[in-house]
Structures are given as structure tokens and as C-alpha cells.
Design a binder for this molecule. Structure first.
Ligand code: JFZ
Length: 441
């Protein structure tokens, strides 16, 4: 039983928190980057676990790691052109390999044939493009000798009774120290860091929770080192007031704006192009442009963000399929980003027409109707009569004529008195998902 005082880790008023999160809620769209040794086997970032590879078997990827074509300026340019405003990179994933130069391990990029600090080059390049920068850091570590073997570990035994035996000589207290030291390094050595994305806790039998990481002390340290940083919710601090700044529904669609204690909370969904997060050469389940744009629009329509992942190759390039997808999203964003940045869920008085998503900018008081399935000619906005001053396509600012049922009784449709009718061109405008901009009264 925690007292109110105990539940409070971080002293901040709701207004201060609102301010700290303002840029993130405005920007809505970020790039996730999963990169590590797993780019070489190129068959999922969990390959070490899935195939139960030992450290010795995995060593060949460390010995071969040399992304000679790595050019983070090019990555940053592509992220920006796609309309993304921030980016989060794996400083260390579950495999334990560090892209940053750490004092506390030799299992890092600077000790591979590549020989350089990948994170240093990355933050400089992304900041130079005006993007906010964030670090993913895996709490789970499949390489550290003191990290106790658990149910997500590659060498997990079939018989749970064997965990104790296997873990003799492993000391989580030492790993906790390592984890803390490394978090301190990434939050100290690379300037201002905008986001921290820790991953992940899994309380329960042979899982790990906030006690294993000492999350309370970690969050205090994080807030002290980077007072403006935005932290995700995977430290298992759910019972505390500072359980993180946003929730992270992953690879599924939320049915509505997620809540905590009955209150709508900041949220960000992370999604992949093809299913895996790390580069996966033979994966064929790539989402198409319309589906990807749909994920972005739908997140904003429910008050959330999208963090869309790229898994670079072992040479340091984005897969051509990822490049094409980013380019296509950028083409849409170039003319439609006004329906994304600064937008959120529409007020409840605006009903959602069929096959549409709505986003709303509370500052400009403009409502955006995203046409997922292009309607032919007569398009009804239910109950919108008297609420709209002007209507136009967003991509070319061409007027869309409005009429009300009394003006248009010849339509032969069952329009209610308070419906508003829009006369759309028969031919769908070029490009995916046309957007109608409604300037409200
Ligand atoms: C984790 C990682 O294991 C994965 O490789 C990737 O980095 C992803 C972004 O995060 O996967 C998770 C973590 C938490 C849940 C599901 C998958 N969860 O809470 O349901």
C-alpha cells in the first residue's frame, strides 16, 4: 500500500507536464530505428532468442559488423522528407550490443570493425535536420553475464525448476548497476535528449519488474539528468504517479483514446513496415502506402502519435522498400500535413461520416475529413449544417461547394434537416486519401 507521498516520484504540476509534452503532442509523427547486430542474420531482432543462439554462436555478427555505407545525414533527410519530426534509435536492444561508446562494456560498435560511435554521428545528423532525438534502451540484456536468465532469455530452460541452477553466479544487483551506469552515459554524453524509450518489463513468474531494474531510482536519475525528456511507460511504475509520460500500444490499433484512471492519456503507437523491427531480408508482409497513412491518421484521430519503424541493413542503408514507403508518405504529407501537425481527436459534436477519419486542429478550428474510400459526388456530413463556413480540398485548396437538404431536395437521398451536403468531383483526386478541410464557424 503506497501513500500519496510515496506514489509521487517527480514533482511537477499538470500544467508543467502539459508544457513539457507540447512539442511531442503537436508533432505526431516520428521515426523508430531498430539497428544492431541482428541486421546481419537479417531474420528478426529476436533471432538470438528464437533460435536459442549462445553468445559464442552470435559472436560472428559482432566480428563482421561494419556498416560502411552508414550515413545518418541521409537517414535524417528521409525522415524529414516523410514528414517525421522526431526519431528514436536503439542505443542497445535485447541482444546487449551497444551502438554507443560505453565505458562499461566492450560489446559495442567502437570495438567492431566499424570502430566508430554510431550514436554520436546519429544525434548530430538528426539534430542538424531539425529533428528531435530519442534513445531506445533495452532493460532486457541477453549478453550481460549477470543478467539472470528468464523466460525471454535465449537460453531459457524448458523446465522452470532449472532456472535457479542456471542462474547460479549471476547477480542482478551488478546488472542493475550496469544498466544505471549506461543510462547515465546516454543521457549525459550526447547533449539534450528529447525522448527515452525503455523496453520492457514483464512482471510475473520468471519475468522482471521495477524491482529488477530499480525503476524508481532510474526515473529520478532520468528526470534529474534531462529535466525536459519525455519517457515511455515500460519501467513498470504503473502504481506510481510518474509511470512515464505516455503509453505505448504496439503493433495493434487502439479502439479509442487510451485512458489511465479514467483520464485520457498521451499515447503513441509504434508500428513496423513489415512485422519485424530489425532488418528482415525475406519478410514479405509489407504494408502498403494507404495502410501506413491510415495508421498515422487514425492515431491522430484518437489523440495519439505514430512512431514508424525502419530497420537499416548491415551496410547501413534503408531497405529500398522502406525508402519507397517513406517517399510515398512524404508525398502525402507535403500537401496534407496540416491535417496532422497540431491536430487531435475531433469534438464529439462532429459525427464521423462513413469510411472517413476525422482530425481536428483546436487552434485554427479546422476539421479534416480524411476520405479513406472516395465517395462519388454527393457526400453527406451528418448534422454539420450551420457549423461550416467554407470547405476545400486540402491538397490544392480548391473549393468544395456546400448545399443543405432544402436546397437540394432533388438528391433523392434521405438527408436530415441538419445535414450538410458537399459536391465532390466524380473523379477522385490523385494520390492516396484525399482530405477535405472544413473551416468551422
Ligand atoms: C519490444 C521488443 O521486444 C521488440 O523487439 C521491439 O523493440 C518492440 C518495439 O518492443 O516488444 C514488445 C514489448 C512489449 C510488448 C510487446 C512487444 N507488450 O507490452 O505487449
Amino acid at each position: 500500500q503506497l501513500t500519496a507521498q510515496e506514489k509521487k516520484i517527480f514533482n511537477e504540476t499538470p500544467e508543467q507536464k502539459e508544457q513539457r509534452l507540447a512539442w511531442w503532442k503537436n508533432d505526431r509523427f516520428g521515426m523508430f530505428i531498430h539497428w544492431g547486430l541482428y541486421a546481419l542474420p537479417a531474420r528478426h531482432e529476436w533471432v538470438k532468442n528464437r533460435e536459442q543462439l549462445t553468445n559464442e554462436e552470435y559472436q560472428k555478427y559482432f566480428d563482421a559488423f561494419n556498416p560502411d555505407l552508414y550515413n545518418p545525414k541521409e537517414w535524417a533527410r528521409m525522415a524529414k522528407a516523410a514528414g517525421m519530426k522526431y526519431a528514436v534509435i536503439t542505443s542497445k536492444h535485447h541482444e546487449g550490443f551497444c551502438l554507443f561508446d560505453s565505458k562499461y562494456t566492450d560489446y559495442k560498435a567502437t570495438k567492431t570493425p566499424y570502430g566508430k560511435d554510431i550514436i554520436k554521428e546519429w544525434v548530430e545528423a538528426f539534430r542538424a535536420e531539425g529533428l528531435k532525438v530519442g534513445f531506445y534502451y533495452s532493460l532486457i540484456d541477453w549478453h550481460h553475464p549477470d543478467y539472470t536468465i528468464d523466460r525471454v532469455h535465449p537460453q531459457r530452460p524448458a523446465d522452470t525448476a532449472d532456472y535457479k541452477k542456471l542462474n547460479q553466479g549471476r547477480d542482478m544487483a551488478k546488472y542493475r548497476e550496469y544498466l544505471r551506469n549506461q543510462l547515465k552515459e546516454i543521457l549525459t554524453n550526447y547533449g539534450k535528449i528529447d525522448i527515452l524509450w525503455t523496453d520492457f518489463s514483464f512482471p510475473g513468474a520468471y519475468g522482471k519488474d521495477h524491482n529488477d531494474w530499480n525503476s524508481i531510482e532510474l526515473i529520478k536519475m532520468i528526470r534529474k539528468l534531462q529535466p525536459d525528456i519525455i519517457v515511455n511507460d515500460r519501467l513498470d511504475l504503473g502504481e506510481y504517479e510518474d509511470g512515464g509520460d505516455f503509453v505505448t500500444p504496439e503493433q495493434y490499433k487502439v479502439s479509442e483514446w487510451p485512458t489511465r484512471n479514467g483520464k485520457q492519456v498521451p499515447w503513441e503507437t509504434c508500428q513496423t513496415f513489415s512485422g519485424s523491427w530489425g532488418y528482415y531480408r525475406d519478410e514479405t508482409s509489407w504494408k502498403d502506402t494507404k495502410q501506413l497513412l491510415g495508421l498515422l491518421i487514425e492515431s491522430v484521430s484518437k489523440g495519439g502519435n505514430l512512431l514508424l519503424n525502419v530497420g537499416p541493413t548491415g551496410r547501413g542503408l534503408f531497405d529500398p522498400r522502406a525508402q519507397a514507403a517513406l517517399k510515398a508518405m512524404g508525398d502525402w504529407m507535403q500537401v496534407n500535413s496540416r491535417a496532422i501537425y497540431g491536430c487531435t481527436q475531433a469534438p464529439p459534436e462532429f459525427a464521423k461520416p462513413d469510411n472517413c477519419l476525422l482530425t481536428y486542429n483546436p487552434t485554427t478550428k479546422r476539421l479534416y475529413v480524411h476520405l479513406l474510400d472516395y465517395p462519388l459526388q454527393n457526400f453527406t456530413l451528418p448534422g454539420y449544417k450551420g457549423k461550416v463556413k467554407y470547405a476545400q480540398f486540402l491538397h490544392d485548396a480548391s473549393e468544395i461547394k456546400m448545399s443543405t437538404p432544402t436546397q437540394h431536395h432533388s438528391l433523392g437521398k434521405n438527408l436530415a434537416d441538419n445535414d450538410l451536403n458537399l459536391s465532390l468531383p466524380v473523379k477522385k483526386p490523385e494520390g492516396e486519401i484525399p482530405v477535405i478541410e472544413l473551416i468551422l464557424n
